[in-house]
Design a protein around this ligand. Structure first.
Ligand code: BGC
Length: 741
């Protein structure tokens, strides 16, 4: 009886869900029926809100008139209760009163500003990353935003590309998990809740592989690499329910992504059955003209809509040409209806037809400022993002009674810089930002004296401040330096050919190190930088990315041992630009170098070693972890069965610490060559000094799949290696065999 009741209630729920779905589909159809062709095309049109004018709202009378005429589906960069309300009111004056969608790049927080995404990725903490996106969504949704243009899930193997700061690094497996966490965070329990915003997986696709790391550049890659390395994070975002996708600026093998039928029509909307909205990147429909793929906006609009791009962000190719394209018989009304249906469906799902103002809520918006829970989550995320690169002689952690500490460097008193790129929605109110100086000053005991010297600017050629900095260091018992990039050196259109610490900063470090005082260097940057002298000579180095409004507080927690650093690099750090692209999961080649000193007639440079300065997955702790040998449940297994690998992890040091144990595999012989290592799992554990824990990883045949030369996703029987360790280059090894079925 119980079972019957359960089944009945399940059936009823399913019916209700279906009825609900049907209702939305029916509602969409009934609106679509009422729309003129011009109004339909208007829905496929998105404008910017001219936020730099006097506030985040458009002052452009033309745009306002288009809203009133129902010729606009969405605006970006309009935020805040007041401004979104004003524009939505204009939309309510249009004939069909179709509400506007407001989108914005909420990349690492809205008010509460979390570490840049690459920094968050260094935490490998999927729960914390999801929480960060959840908080960003809650805050943005209260301020009238419906849609974030995030997460960026582009795999990036080239740190010259400034947008490495915006993604999860170089690894497909980790990037896919983080993509999922971010989508789940942004979209919450379900779209339609007033704390959920639409996520947007971008940039579809392969934007991160721009040749030479130069932004907007062409991408030329095999379809195998596309499917195996670059597409999985998009698929993970889609499987997590991402409501929207953004196409990209680059051409892929000669066809601009925005007009790419294979990417959008065949893969995304075909094979993957994506039902949400695809939006162009900023102006990318019109940019098919300079690409040399369309002669004019008329042709560009034709290419984009045919390829499956539903909404034109700011190029005005759709609004000016789609009506004519339909009338000329070049574009079928079915294509237009499909795009508009997708856009209206999301507007219904968000509940905007019931109440277009439900996301404008003064009370909710106000509740986000200085929200203690959000700030605590930010602090947690920021401390977990810091990576300890070096700690010779256990210089760290420092004592709060350290006597005199000299705080030196162009970033030690940095304020707004701590927010990093993509934080333009942060108001001028900088008093809420905890600078490195503030964080340290609040942490040390009253007896500790702090000295300050800037030393030099970030990108300065002047050494005029060195003498003052050396004098401060000479009077101190210990020196803490904060050096790095300016925050706008990494980000969109911020490709760089020279990744060395900018200006004379490394010379400043040399001068300070020469005083003989113990030196701790913090490096704040949006990408892997090159700092070989520092890495060779300075005893303690922390990589701090851009950590957000609590930066100083998080840094101080780590410096003084209240948080034992646990971050691991999500991207390889090169020794020289000449090694780029550099990534751990490369192929073996026919002449692999056995070591960094194996140089002749092997795949190596004659003037530079192959290994990175700091490898993927690397990061130290104040304590030490030791890994036992790996025990496998069996030497061989068959598809359908599982293999377990067990190691004992022991904290052999003096501090409690959190370790990320990483699992890699290698397929020794394949029908296509396979990477020397591929991440297949990880687990995080907190261990007290002396404590041991048995860690178990499972592998089954499906984890060993790859794309063969026919683009079939398969596994092949044969011999494998399995590795477990604390970094991609420091692992224990075991062998196993995958048997035939
Ligand atoms: C970027 C996108 C971003 C869009 C809107 C473009 O330039 O490539 O990632 O979402 O602008 O700001």
């Amino acid at each position: 009886m119980k079972i019957h009741l359960l089944t009945l209630s399940l059936l009823l729920t399913l019916c209700a869900v279906n009825a609900q779905k049907k209702t939305i589909a029916q509602k969409v159809d009934s609106v679509l029926h009422l729309m003129t062709l011009e109004e339909k095309v208007g829905q496929m049109n998105q404008y910017n809100g001219d936020w730099e004018a006097t506030g985040p709202i458009t002052r452009d009378g033309d745009k306002q008139n288009q809203i009133r005429k129902g010729m606009l589906g969405s605006m970006l960069n309009v935020t805040g209760v007041e401004h979104t309300r004003q524009l939505q009111e204009m939309a309510m004056q249009s004939r069909l009163k179709i509400p506007l969608l407001f989108g914005q790049d909420i990349i690492h927080g809205y008010r509460t500003t979390f570490p840049i995404p690459l920094g968050e990725a260094a935490s490998w903490d999927l729960e914390a990353i999801q929480r960060s996106a959840r908080i960003a969504a809650t805050e943005a949704a209260a301020a009238g935003v419906h849609w974030t243009f995030a997460p960026m899930v582009d795999i990036a193997r080239d740190p010259r590309w400034g947008r490495v700061m915006e993604g999860a690094g170089e690894d497909t497996w980790l990037g896919s998990r983080i993509a999922r966490a971010r989508v789940l965070g942004f979209q919450g329990k379900r779209l339609g809740d007033t704390d959920a915003i639409m996520a947007c997986a971008k940039h579809f696709a392969a934007y991160g592989a721009a040749i030479g790391g130069r932004d907007y550049n062409s991408v030329d890659m095999s379809l195998r690499t596309l499917w195996e390395v670059y597409l999985p994070p998009f698929k993970a975002a889609l499987d997590a329910g991402a409501a929207t996708f953004m196409n990209s600026f680059n051409d892929l093998n000669g066809i601009p992504a925005t007009g790419n039928v294979y990417l959008q029509r065949e893969i995304l909307k075909g094979k993957w059955k994506f039902k949400g909205i695809t939006v162009s990147d900023w102006g990318s429909v019109g940019e098919m003209i300079p690409h040399g793929y369309a002669a004019n906006n008329y042709e560009a609009a034709l290419e984009a809509v045919t390829a499956g791009c539903d909404m034109d962000m700011e190029s005005r190719s759709y609004i000016g040409n789609l009506v004519k394209l339909v009338r000329d018989g070049k574009v079928s009304i079915a294509l237009i209806d499909d795009a508009v249906r997708r856009i209206l469906t999301k507007k219904f799902e968000l509940g905007l037809f019931d109440d277009p103002f439900r996301f404008c809520n003064d009370g909710r918006a106000a509740g986000q400022w200085d929200n203690a829970a959000n700030l605590a989550a930010e602090q947690d995320m920021a401390t977990k993002s810091i990576v300890l690169l070096k700690n010779d002689n256990q210089v760290l952690p420092l004592s709060k009674n350290a006597g005199t500490i000299a705080l030196i460097g162009p970033l030690i008193k940095s304020v707004r810089e701590n927010l990093g790129f993509w934080s333009y929605q942060w108001p001028d109110d900088t008093a809420r930002i905890i600078t490195p100086w503030d964080g340290i000053a609040r942490k040390v005991s009253g007896a500790t004296k702090l000295l300050y010297a800037k030393g030099c600017g970030i990108d300065d050629s002047s050494r005029a401040g060195f003498a003052e900095a050396v004098a401060a260091a000479s009077q101190a018992d210990i020196v803490i330096m904060d050096v790095g990039e300016a925050p706008d050196m990494s980000g969109e259109a911020k490709s760089r050919s020279n990744l060395h610490l900018p200006g004379v900063q490394e010379d400043l470090i040399r001068a300070i190190q020469a005083t003989g005082k113990p030196v701790v260097v913090m490096i704040s940057a949006g990408r892997p930088l090159i700092f070989n002298w520092t890495a060779d000579n300075v005893p303690a180095i922390l990589y701090t990315w851009w950590l957000g409004t609590r930066a100083g507080s998080a840094m101080a927690d780590v410096l003084f041992g209240e948080y034992n650093p646990s971050g691991k690099l999500p991207i390889s750090f090169p020794r020289a630009e000449g090694q780029i692209p550099i990534y751990y999961n490369h192929f073996s080649t026919g002449r692999p170098a056995k070591s960094d000193s194996d140089l002749y007639y092997v795949s190596a440079y004659t003037d530079l070693v192959n290994s990175p300065r700091f490898p993927f997955g690397y990061g130290l702790s104040y304590t030490r972890f030791s890994y036992s040998d790996i025990t496998l449940s069996a030497p061989a297994f068959r598809p359908g069965q599982q293999l377990t690998a067990t190691v004992t992890l022991t904290n052999t040091g003096k501090y409690a610490g959190r370790e990320t144990a990483e699992l890699y595999v290698r397929d020794l012989v394949g029908s296509v060559v396979r990477p020397v290592k591929e991440l297949k799992g990880f687990t995080q554990v907190l261990l007290r000094p002396g404590e041991s824990r048995e860690l178990t990883f499972t592998i089954s045949a499906v984890d060993l799949r790859f794309y063969n030369d026919k683009l079939e996703y398969i596994y092949e029987p044969g011999e494998f290696r399995l590795y477990v360790g604390g970094s991609s280059s420091d692992v224990k090894e075991a062998k196993f065999v995958l048997l035939a079925k």
